[in-house]
Design a protein around this ligand. Structure first.
Ligand code: C2E
Ligand code: MG
Ligand code: MG
Ligand code: MG
Length: 279
């Protein structure tokens, strides 16, 4: 009887696994057509200096509208990475974001844009050519472009990935470490290339103050300060979190507290309002 039970158990899991892979398979099939069907857009989430409420940057976040639904990036980006579809999708993101940057700069609005880059994209020199081409096409000063890479990119990424990042830095673009603190305890990689900013992961602030005393967030801010790199806190939803970070030396904030990710048009409105407050 025990045996039969065990077998049922295995069949049960096999069914679940089949269902998951089947679902992914269907989604992946659809993902292949997402670009040509114009189902992809970019949203932009403002990054704000909490001392002045001035916008200091924005992060481009990809959205997939499919069959009347929004498929979250955490769902489709891994599929895109596994299937290499991330290469054309990533190229779309770069071109789209830099096109928006051009639009802003032609209005004399100089706000940098941050673009998420997958490790899969860094395995090829192609991304260097893609970025260079878009920079030239839109006549953008590269210092307004920030590439967000996660710790895993640097650690699991082979030497080629580091070499590509180095080439991009030489081109004048900036590089941030996304989801900082999430991946690895090894800090040795911090010495491997000249990044300009750390993004404090939402994990270290989301439960503050109720279930988190903020000690780890404070420590990471101190680390950024002593490395003399900027730090942006992600996922700030509450005033008390923003205030706490300010007392600890982190005044660059990205989160629903200031704004959710916005359409291009709404982001432009946000920027204009933010500039008016400053004047
Ligand atoms: P990420 O780069 O760490 O982006 C931050 C995520 O946190 C975004 O989720 C954003 O909407 C969310 N967020 C921002 N503020 C708050 C807040 O106050 N509260 C909460 N609960 N969430 C907040 P999103 O847009 O769903 O993106 C998820 C991940 O997908 C991104 O994490 C990034 O790793 C990836 N991703 C998004 N767009 C792209 C892209 O164009 N290329 C690549 N390779 N990855 C992308
Ligand atoms: Mg990011
Ligand atoms: Mg992040
Ligand atoms: Mg993330």
């Amino acid at each position: 009887q025990v045996k039969a039970n065990g077998k049922n158990q295995i069949m049960y899991y096999e069914n679940i696994i089949n269902e998951i892979t089947n679902e992914n398979y269907i989604l992946l099939k659809e993902l292949r057509y997402a670009l040509e069907r114009n189902e992809m857009t970019l949203n932009y989430q403002p990054q704000v200096d909490s001392r002045t409420s001035e916008i200091i940057g924005m992060e481009a976040l990809l959205r997939w509208h499919h069959n009347g639904e929004q498929i979250p990036p955490d769902r489709f980006i891994p599929l895109a990475e596994e299937s290499r579809l991330i290469i054309p999708i990533g190229e779309f993101v770069i071109d789209e974001a830099l096109c928006f940057l051009r639009e802003l700069q032609s209005k004399d609005i100089m706000v940098p844009v941050a673009i998420n880059i997958s490790v899969e994209q860094l395995k090829f020199e192609l991304i260097y050519k893609q970025i260079k081409r878009s920079i030239e096409r839109y006549a953008i000063d590269p210092k307004y472009i920030e590439l967000e890479v996660t710790e895993s990119v640097i650690i699991t990424g082979r030497e080629e990935a580091i070499a590509v990042i180095d080439k991009l830095i030489e081109l004048g673009v900036r590089v941030s470490i996304d989801d900082f603190g999430m991946g690895y305890s090894s800090l040795s990689y911090l010495k491997r290339f000249k990044f300009h900013r750390i993004k404090l992961d939402r994990l270290f602030i989301k439960d503050f103050p109720e279930k988190d005393n903020g000690h780890i967030a404070s420590l990471i801010i101190q680390l950024a300060n002593s490395l003399e790199v900027e730090i942006v806190a992600e996922g700030i939803e509450k005033e008390v979190q923003k205030e706490f970070l300010l007392t600890r030396g982190c005044n660059f904030i990205q989160g629903y507290y200031y704004s959710k990710p916005l359409s291009k048009e709404s982001c432009l409105e946000y920027i204009k309002k933010s500039l008016k407050i400053i004047e």
